[in-house]
Design a protein around this ligand. Structure first.
Ligand code: NAG
Ligand code: NAG
Ligand code: NAG
Ligand code: NAG
Ligand code: NAG
Length: 651
């Protein structure tokens, strides 16, 4: 079935049988041979240079051009810092004077090597990459044998990169068993710099090594593209119809739906007194781990609920959980097509229209901070629920962002997190830079971030630094975003300033798109953290605000003394205020009612303290009624309080 147009399903541009491949079109018998060779070409998973599963002391090189370009910088997708002179270069780069350069990886035990992926240097200015190389193997790092053509004894030269960003894979015609592997660059563009990943399988004898996990949960550990994700969610919905509901929050610019799974004992409705929680993933389509973790979490919650796991029962019965695995489905499809190793660092980051969704929200920080500087908060400008500036959504805002904004406004979310990748830490707001970066709820945000980072199996193991440089978290796995990598218009800042919801960013790991074989380990590392973070929605106080006749008061304000950030009540008059343990003076206010203040105690036990309010109609409201009754004739009654009320009436 060979035609000139048939393309090879696996890119093997430099393998020994390329020559065979090329004569195929004219020789039909040959087709079978080619196909067979391809089928037997085994592809092993990455050893873990990118994911940092391969540790720094497993990487070695013949030399380095500068102390910032050591072998440890030669991991696939490593990001250098913008400053060329500091310690963090965007690749391993060799000393130019030296001959016979090599980059070595010690697998620590004999493995079966099947291929190499190379990439050039991450740099704004330089176009450095290796265009051809030899590969050599050893069992003791002294005696090296080269990879030779399977047919003869000629040293095989592999073709490398043609630019600095795109990874290129070379597969070996036959797997090689050894402990050490060396890449020996033969030609390069610019300076000799490279980043790499090694493909290798564990041998059966060492199969049950320390790195292997036998996942305790029987779940579907695969990457799911758009169709498969939809199918997966459908299956979960069919298996647990009583506690799940699929809906979508809108469409991407290419018309793909942004699906959400609701998990709750009464799906489809907000129950008065039950807090709402959200996890979102895939704001950047190439950060694919969060998507799979949320699909795994759905499966897990469904399965464990049916098995009467008491913790999961409590969670599902007590929280309305929304899980959105893919907020940028168009971009995910791009990254998915390239596969887990072959996309570069940026492919699939932006939406089809070129937006970075995470930082595409209206900037309410500037409005609040400007008003604070003028002393207008909270009298003129509120310290919460800052309204959207007029026509802001007509501006340069992605359709996906608009859908998320309207979803945030429709549901009374209390707590949420967006799952991202490329680093391993939890970042909490404010995300935008300001002299004082703390939110009024800084202590609470730190606690929330800790609850994830410290429940994760490895997030606080930061002694080796972060993915691309120094540890920025002080060993805690958490960081204030503004002091780390400030951004304007982030989802977290917007959520905090425009709604009741506290939103954080969870960066799941160095490898944005881990290989499928990594998913069981990632699930094990994150499972407890994913559950523990949802449980934090029950920390603090909650209650209902009603009038004396028992009618719920919607949109009443709940203020906590000492914290300049209020929350409001939902449709059932119910509210939730996330607070650390302590004693708080809490005031409920509603238009036309006399404010009421109560002392509310938050203990260390799980479960929010109940703290409800019954508000009495204010005198001023009664006076207004009397005035209306008297035909709006002026009544001489001038006090400070009613001047304020009148001013407020005008606004
Ligand atoms: C390493 O040792 C194994 C046997 O344990 C052998 O099969 C393999 O060929 C050796 N590899 C090299 C590169 O010498
Ligand atoms: C090779 O490097 C030079 C500069 O050293 C650069 O101008 C050129 O564009 C690079 N070649 C390619 C194919 O990128
Ligand atoms: C759903 O709930 C009904 C009654 O509430 C129960 O009879 C049924 O078994 C439940 N179905 C599943 C799949 O749990
Ligand atoms: C913004 O969009 C709304 C409808 O979505 C429209 O009514 C309004 O005129 C638009 N404003 C501007 C300035 O384009
Ligand atoms: C809630 O109250 C604010 C003022 O406190 C008002 O601007 C807003 O329109 C109200 N929202 C609803 C849904 O009533």
């Amino acid at each position: 079935f060979w035609t000139e147009e048939t393309t090879c399903p696996v890119v093997v541009q430099q393998s020994s049988f390329v020559s065979v491949w090329n004569i195929c079109p004219t020789d039909p018998v040959c087709v079978c041979v080619c196909v067979c060779v391809l089928l037997f070409l085994s592809v092993c998973p990455p050893l873990g240079l990118e994911s940092h599963r391969v540790e720094d002391d497993q990487l070695l090189a013949s030399s380095q051009s500068h102390h910032g370009f050591v072998a440890q910088r030669g991991r696939l997708n490593m990001q250098g810092s913008d400053n060329d002179e500091d310690m963090y270069g965007g690749a391993w780069c060799a000393e130019p004077e030296e001959k016979d350069h090599w980059f070595e990886v010690d697998a620590r035990r004999e493995v079966e090597f099947t291929g190499v992926i190379t990439q050039g240097r991450n740099s704004e200015k330089h176009e450095d990459f290796v265009s051809s190389y030899y590969v050599a193997f050893s069992n003791d790092s002294r005696d090296w044998t080269h990879h030779i053509f399977s047919s003869g004894s000629l040293l095989q030269l592999f073709y490398g990169n043609v630019d600095k960003d795109t990874p290129v894979m070379s597969q070996f015609a036959t797997p090689v068993v050894a402990r050490y592997i060396r890449i020996q660059p033969q030609s390069w563009n610019g300076s000799l710099c490279l980043r790499a990943e090694i493909l290798a399988c564990q041998l059966p004898s060492t199969y049950h090594s320390e790195n292997e996990v036998n996942p305790s949960d029987e779940l579907d550990f695969r990457h799911h593209n758009y169709k498969e994700m939809r199918q997966m969610m459908k299956v979960i919905n069919e298996e647990c119809p009583n506690i799940t509901r699929i809906y979508n929050i809108g469409k991407s610019s290419q018309g793909l739906k942004m699906y959400a799974m609701e998990i709750s004992d009464n799906p489809g409705e907000h129950e008065t007194g039950e807090p709402e929680f959200r996890y979102t993933a895939g704001l950047h389509g190439n950060e694919a781990l969060g998507r799979e973790l949320l699909l795994l979490l759905m499966q897990f919650l469904c399965k464990e609920y049916k098995d009467d796991n008491p913790r999961v029962r409590r969670l599902v019965d007590g929280v309305r959980i929304h899980l959105v695995p893919s907020l940028n489905p168009d971009a995910y499809e791009l990254a998915y097509e390239m596969g887990s190793e072959m996309g570069n660092w940026a492919l699939g980051h932006w939406t089809e229209e070129g937006y970075d969704i995470f930082q595409n929200f209206p900037d309410l920080n500037s409005i609040l901070w400007g008003a604070e500087d003028r002393g207008w908060v909270p009298r003129v400008v509120p310290n919460h629920h800052i309204p959207l500036p007029e026509n802001v959504l007509n501006g340069s805002i992605a359709v996906e962002t608009k859908a998320i904004v309207s979803w945030m406004e429709r549901n009374p979310f209390v707590l949420g997190a967006n799952l991202q990748g490329g680093e391993k830490l939890v970042a909490y707001p404010f995300d935008m830079q300001r002299a004082l970066r703390e939110t009024p709820d800084d202590a609470m945000f730190r606690w929330l971030a800790m609850s994830y980072a410290h429940s994760h199996l490895t997030m606080t193991e930061t002694h080796r630094g972060s993915c691309h440089g120094d540890d920025v978290t002080g060993g805690q796995g958490i960081v204030n975003r503004a002091s780390w990598k400030p951004v304007v218009g982030s989802m977290n800042d917007f959520s905090y300033l425009h709604t009741n919801c506290f939103e954080l960013s969870i960066f799941l790991g160095c490898d944005k798109f881990p290989h499928e074989s990594e998913l069981p380990l990632e699930w094990e590392s994150n499972r407890e953290a994913l559950l523990a973070f949802i449980e934090q929605v029950h920390r603090g106080i909650k209650g209902v605000v009603k009038d004396t006749e028992g009618n719920p008061l919607v949109n009443a304000t709940i203020s906590v003394e000492g914290i300049r950030h209020d929350v409001t009540t939902a449709a059932g008059g119910d509210y939730w205020r996330l607070l650390n343990p302590g004693e708080y003076r809490v005031t409920a206010k509603a238009e036309g009612y006399t404010p009421q203040t109560r002392l509310c105690l938050v203990g260390y036990d799980s479960g929010a303290t109940s703290c409800s309010f019954t508000l009495v109609k204010s005198n001023w409201d009664r006076i207004k009624q009397i005035m209306a009754f008297h035909g709006k004739r002026p009544i001489r009654l001038v006090t400070k309080a009613n001047v304020r009320e009148r001013e407020r009436g005008k606004q």
